[in-house]
Design a protein around this ligand. Structure first.
Ligand SMILES: CC(=O)SCCNC(=O)CCNC(=O)[C@H](O)C(C)(C)COP(=O)(O)OP(=O)(O)OC[C@H]1O[C@@H](n2cnc3c(N)ncnc32)[C@H](O)[C@@H]1OP(=O)(O)O
Length: 438
């Protein structure tokens, strides 16, 4: 097993260990397995079967995940879980984030954060997070990302909400009529075809969509029905592919019928990935045409959704719980700001506060012809906008409006008009949306 970082001592009898995820049969599997069981416990899952754990760890290995555990170093309480089971868990892997106009930024994706109830509120999360973000920055990474279980946990570490999603229930009875003349076609396929096709199609979507994050290996297994959330094959999964006018596959939907006991009769979208506007609308036309079905539900729908504008009756969409999705955390303001393309030229000086001290300071962003140059200024410089790194991370992808954050007191506008200018400069070419949960 590779120890990626030496042990860090915590107050109390704990140590942090990091190691790479490995699949069954390899050195270090027992440690990875114990770590995986601790994660399941932290998220209140039923105890996973050995097969489920093995399949999960194989996908983690494919993602090159780094697993972090906090372990008790002293004697553990009699008859309690042994010291080999971590009391806290944390995992990371690296994928690209689409930061608009097709640009990609390698990012540190944080997941599997748990702390055992009997060890909570002793600073274990803070210790893991602070150390991990510092190590990622030292390794040249300018951005960290996560999806949050609760809205109150991660702002204190400098994360800000950068994208949203919503659940929709679409009425597909006779009311459902899409004003769209098909340019391509849709055909049903063997779900297993997605084991090969899903990553290829997703890659195209990823390159087109600001806010998209590279996907973990598990997604192709989920979409193809090979590995459901319960660790088993899902024989209910059905798949339809979209073909562009030239015959190339540029979209797919993976879905399942919820059974005759669910009324209205419902199809649930498991994954819908479309690398173009025609593909998106035509996959919806297909879903709307499934006989005997009156409703299609999807939990990962965009908030700014072309479907609503293409339907004769936009009220076919019943949307509930619009919610935060991707949380970003800029680790290095200069690198992150220089990585973006900007649709409007101008100069803005940011005064950035950073609770972890990773990228605090005054930074001047100068954009000319869409290209950015960023300069670190002395602390005495006058900032046009004063803000916490979490607010800067929120506006970075163009999916959150700086004017609104100023109205909320999250950004202080020292130069009149600077928030509107920021809104124009940080705009992206199409709605920000992230189809990757992690
Ligand atoms: C990216 C993801 O994986 S999201 C999933 C997060 N995990 C879960 O929700 C599983 C259930 N919860 C847990 O396992 C734990 O309660 C955790 C991981 C959320 C927190 O772990 P702890 O070790 O207790 O946190 P720690 O003691 O380091 O607290 C750090 C700070 O966060 C605060 N905090 C911790 N959890 C919460 C919470 N749920 N809500 C609000 N504040 C919180 C603490 O008060 C503390 O604040 P301060 O340092 O500013 O005074």
């Amino acid at each position: 097993m590779t120890r990626l970082v030496s042990v860090a001592e915590l107050s109390g009898n704990y140590e942090i260990r990091r190691f790479g995820a490995v699949s069954e049969g390899k050195d270090g599997y027992a440690e990875a397995e114990a770590w995986s069981r601790a994660v399941s416990f932290g998220f209140h899952e039923s105890t996973r079967t050995p097969e489920h754990v093995a399949k999960s760890l194989a996908t983690y290995e494919a993602d090159r995940r780094v697993l972090t555990g906090v372990y008790q170093t002293g004697a553990v309480a009699p008859s309690s879980l042994p010291a080999t089971v971590p009391v806290a868990t944390f995992a990371t892997f690296r994928k690209t984030l689409n930061i608009g106009f097709g640009r990609m930024l390698e990012s540190q994706m944080v997941t599997s954060v748990t702390v055992r109830t009997s060890h909570r509120r002793r600073g274990l999360l803070r210790a893991m997070m602070s150390e991990d973000l510092r190590l990622a920055k030292d390794d040249g990474i300018a951005m960290a990302a996560l999806t949050a279980s609760e809205g109150t946990i991660y702002g204190r570490f400098g994360y800000g909400v950068a994208s949203f999603e919503r659940s929709v229930k679409v009425d597909t009875t006779a009311r459902f009529n899409l004003r769209h003349l098909p340019a391509g076609s849709v055909e049903v396929a063997d779900p297993k075809a997605l084991l090969r096709l899903a990553p290829e199609v997703f890659e195209r979507v990823h390159r087109l969509t600001p806010g998209s994050m590279g996907r973990q290996d598990w997604y192709r297994q989920l979409a193809s029905g090979s590995l459901g959330r319960d660790g088993k094959e899902d024989p209910a999964i059905k798949v339809a592919l979209h073909y562009g006018p030239g015959g190339d596959i540029d979209g797919y939907v993976s879905y399942k019928f919820l059974g005759w006991d669910t009324e209205p009769y419902t199809v649930e979208v498991v994954d819908l990935v479309a690398a173009g506007h025609d593909a998106y609308l035509e996959l919806w036309q297909f879903l709307g045409a499934i006989d005997l079905v009156e409703r299609v539900s999807w939990d990962e729908a965009p908030v700014d959704d072309p479907l609503a504008w293409a339907l004769d009756d936009p009220r076919c969409i019943d949307s509930s719980d619009s919610r935060d999705m991707l949380w970003l955390r800029i680790l290095d303001a200069r690198k992150a700001l220089e990585a973006r393309h900007y649709p409007a030229d101008g100069r803005l000086v940011f005064g950035i506060a950073d609770p972890l001290g990773l990228t605090a300071g005054k930074y001047a962003l100068d954009v000319d012809g869409g290209q950015a140059a960023v300069e670190r200024l002395p602390d005495t410089a006058q900032a046009d906008l004063a803000l916490d790194v979490s607010a800067l991370s929120s506006i970075y992808l163009g999916g959150v409006c700086p004017v609104t954050l100023a109205a909320a007191g999250r950004i202080t506008e020292n130069t009149p008009g600077a928030t509107l200018k920021a809104r124009q400069m940080f705009a992206v070419e199409r709605a920000t949306h992230c189809l990757t949960h992690f």
